[in-house]
Write a protein that binds this ligand. Structure first.
Ligand SMILES: NC(=O)c1ccc[n+]([C@@H]2O[C@H](COP(=O)([O-])OP(=O)(O)OC[C@H]3O[C@@H](n4cnc5c(N)ncnc54)[C@H](O)[C@@H]3O)[C@@H](O)[C@H]2O)c1
Length: 322
């Protein structure tokens, strides 16, 4: 079963880690962290990792050749599976492609690991597997009730992981992240980068509905720490990874105003149909079983994003490049 926080942390596993989606937002930060603790890393993504010292397998994970090459190294100890079709709205438009990218690829990767004797498998999941529970606080016992193909594909992935743990003794785990934010997210279209872009341009922002929707934002450094803990402890099962503190969209807007010094005028527009009123999570399991301690306060974390965005438009300053 899972390792409890009262038990000593086992010695770090220094084998190779394959990070799918390792050229993306979370993947880049995670690659850096694994490499820093001495794990050789293989990144599998549509584009190469910017560090030429990192082994990159470039291609589509739906291509069996790419998948085989990804897990070919004999020193591979495990896979962190981040590559996914990540857009909720895109998944509604393209449910079949979402199934292929998020479910079939997960199955194929698990099977490739089983065949190769690779015993660790961590998948990035989401609280969207739960669906709309109003203002209730969600823990891992909440029933799965996804409301979009994206949420359904992640729930299906979680079930595949559970089956491979049960049948083959693999240490498989799904980490259900809330909204991750931090440096390196300039290519994303989520609320934090939209606010940062508006601040840079001196524009206002649209707020859907009254802005009292509650969200949990977790800094990428904390998300990375959770993955490393799950890896080191061979955690098996499911854990919610968030900050454990929800804020309203209006509070988030105020925090961004504080950090950027920009007025960011708010224009309230009609709420999007199906938007969840709240994401409020209980992170006790991650605290107890992973020793997870979110450490980045929202205003400090937003400052790291603002620095990153500002560097992207300041000649000579080095941003994270995406
Ligand atoms: N960012 C968040 O707020 C958040 C929240 C919950 C869960 N997640 C999950 O975390 C993971 C990482 O998210 P992210 O924000 O870093 O996303 P991202 O879009 O920045 O990175 C995803 C990477 O995966 C690659 N990829 C996708 N499909 C691929 C395929 N078929 N073959 C090869 N490469 C492929 C993309 O090229 C991209 O570099 C995803 O699984 C996402 O669902 C993210």
């Amino acid at each position: 079963m899972t390792t409890s926080a009262s038990m000593p942390t086992p010695p770090a596993c220094t084998g190779r880690v394959v990070i799918t989606g390792g050229a993306g937002f979370l993947g880049r930060a995670l690659t850096t962290a694994f490499a820093a603790q001495g794990n050789p890393v293989t990144v599998v993504d549509r584009s190469a990792h910017p560090d030429p010292g990192i082994r990159s397998v470039v291609g589509e994970l739906t291509d069996p050749g790419v998948l085989a090459e990804a897990v070919a190294d004999e020193d591979t100890a495990g896979v962190v599976h981040l590559a996914a079709m990540t857009s909720v709205l895109g998944s509604v438009e393209h449910p079949v492609a979402t199934y292929q990218a998020n479910v079939a690829v997960t199955q194929d990767l698990l099977e490739a690991c089983r065949q190769a004797g690779i015993g660790r498998f961590i998948m990035a999941s989401t609280n969207a597997v739960i669906g709309d529970v109003g203002y209730a606080t969600v823990d891992e016992a909440a029933p799965l009730h996804p409301l979009t193909p994206y949420g359904a594909s992640k729930a299906a992935g979680e079930m595949l992981l559970s089956g491979y743990a049960g049948a083959y003794g693999m240490a498989t785990c799904a980490l259900r992240f809330t909204n991750i934010y931090g440096p390196g997210m300039a290519h994303k279209d989520s609320f934090v980068p939209r606010l940062m872009r508006a601040a840079l341009a001196g524009r206002g922002v649209q707020i859907y509905g009254d802005g009292l929707q509650r969200r949990d934002l977790v800094h990428v450094a904390d998300a990375v720490a959770a993955v490393l803990a799950a890896w080191d402890r061979r955690f098996t099962g499911t854990a919610i990874i968030g900050s454990g503190q929800s804020v309203t969209v209006l509070e988030l807007l105020d925090a961004v105003r504080t950090v950027t010094g920009c007025a960011l005028a708010a224009e309230h527009v009609a709420a999007k149909p199906g938007e969840m009123p709240a994401v409020i999570v209980d992170i006790s399991r991650a605290r107890e079983q992973l020793g997870y301690r979110p450490s980045v306060a929202l205003v400090d974390g937003l400052a790291t994003v603002w620095q990153d965005f500002a560097a992207l438009v300041t000649p000579g300053a080095g941003g994270s490049g995406r």
